[in-house]
Design a protein around this ligand. Structure first.
Ligand code: ADP
Ligand code: MG
Length: 345
């Protein structure tokens, strides 16, 4: 277990800058999530940290020591890929044992480590099977068990749950968190799924076009996005945006509610909504509509918890509101956050 750090880490493939000067320090024992859309440079960054890809410039440090340019074994990271990359001709036990056999670890040690890792991931009854005899979830556990047996300084997980169905993903997420708590190993976890990122990360680094836009706790990234990209990439449905002059005003669907919901003592921004459609999702209602003048006719979404039993109908107008404290403002040109809305006089 150790700290992992990158300093101005950059990777250019001819023509594209895949990773653009990323500096981040992962704390010892931390669970750090790299979140970004497809093509934002997540895998390339992870591969450079693992020593599988040589940086164009910048450095990788493990436990404070520069390892840039050294082979993967010197980085001593265990990487789990989206595809799991299990050996099809080997049994589960031999797949898990593989990294230890490659290091010529004694047979007895290997057997006990394989047993320990298989128990940790609940696959000790599958040790004699081949990968093709396993479900997707079981294969993913084998890949994780193979990653933990060799006491790496850090785990690097590249979208390890993306091949699982939604229900299995939720339970695998829960399990990963428990195992991280038990082992305490520094972990860097890559995903394009913002829900997964918010649920798992001690901190989340948001990537776009090879650059790091924000690095902070899930709560802070959600509540105080540094720019329009982070604001709209995180949150579902995404943050509503209204362009007025050179400022874009943003508000999250759950903060945009019928006027009646607010008590009289808060400063509100009132917005008249022409309701076009209502979706009942059980726990919430999603209300879609168009803003009425004097606002520009922008499509917006309100997310109303089912505890609010107010009647609303498509095809009608209704007065909605947002607390001024919940408004975000972004520079229309750069997208940079301008902070919260100034108090009205
Ligand atoms: N080996 C490569 N050769 C050329 N371009 C690459 C290579 N690997 C990645 N890229 C490019 O670098 C960018 C980032 O890719 P990647 O790190 O795989 O992103 P992500 O994992 O976030 O989807 C993409 O534009 C991709 O096409
Ligand atoms: Mg990737």
């Amino acid at each position: 277990m150790a700290t992992v750090e990158t300093r101005s880490l950059t990777k250019r493939f001819d023509g594209t800058t895949a990773v653009d000067g990323i500096s981040l320090a992962v704390r010892e024992g931390e669970f750090l999530v790299l979140l970004g859309p497809s093509g934002s440079g997540k895998t390339t960054l992870l591969r450079m940290i693992a020593g599988l890809e040589t940086p164009t410039s910048g450095d990788v440090l493990v436990g404070g020591r520069i390892v840039t340019g050294l082979p993967p074994w010197a980085h001593n990271m265990a990487m789990v890929f989206q595809s799991y990359a299990l050996y099809p001709h080997l049994t589960v036990a031999d797949n898990i044992a593989f990294p230890l056999q490659a290091q010529h670890v004694a047979h007895k040690t290997i057997a006990s480590k394989v047993g320990w890792a298989a128990t940790l991931f609940g696959i000790d009854h599958l040790l004699t099977r081949k990968p093709r005899q396993l479900s997707g979830g079981e294969r993913q556990r084998v890949a994780l068990a193979r990653a933990v047996v060799r006491d790496p300084v850090a785990f690097l997980l590249d979208e390890p749950l993306s091949n699982l169905d939604a229900k299995l993903r939720a339970s695998a997420r829960d399990e990963l968190q428990q195992i991280h708590r038990r082992l305490g190993t520094t972990t860097i976890y890559v995903t394009h799924d913002q829900i997964e990122a918010l649920a798992l990360g001690d901190r989340v680094a948001v990537l776009d076009h090879g650059g790091m836009r924000q690095l902070d706790t899930p709560q802070h990234v959600y509540a105080n996005p540094v720019d329009r990209f982070v604001a709209t990439f995180i949150g579902s449905p995404p943050m509503n945006l209204i362009a007025r002059d050179n400022v874009e005003t943003g508000f999250r669907p759950e903060h945009f509610l019928p006027r009646e919901v607010f008590d009289g003592n808060v400063q509100l921004e009132l917005l008249l909504l022409n309701i076009t459609r209502i979706e009942n999702l059980g726990a919430d209602r999603l209300v879609y509509g168009l803003l009425e003048p004097p606002q520009p006719p922008v499509k917006v979404i309100s997310r109303i918890p089912c505890t609010v039993s107010l009647t609303l109908q498509a095809g009608t107008r209704h007065l909605f509101a947002v607390r001024r404290a919940d408004l975000h403002r972004f520079d229309a040109l750069s997208g940079a956050s301008l902070g919260a809305a100034p108090d009205s006089p």
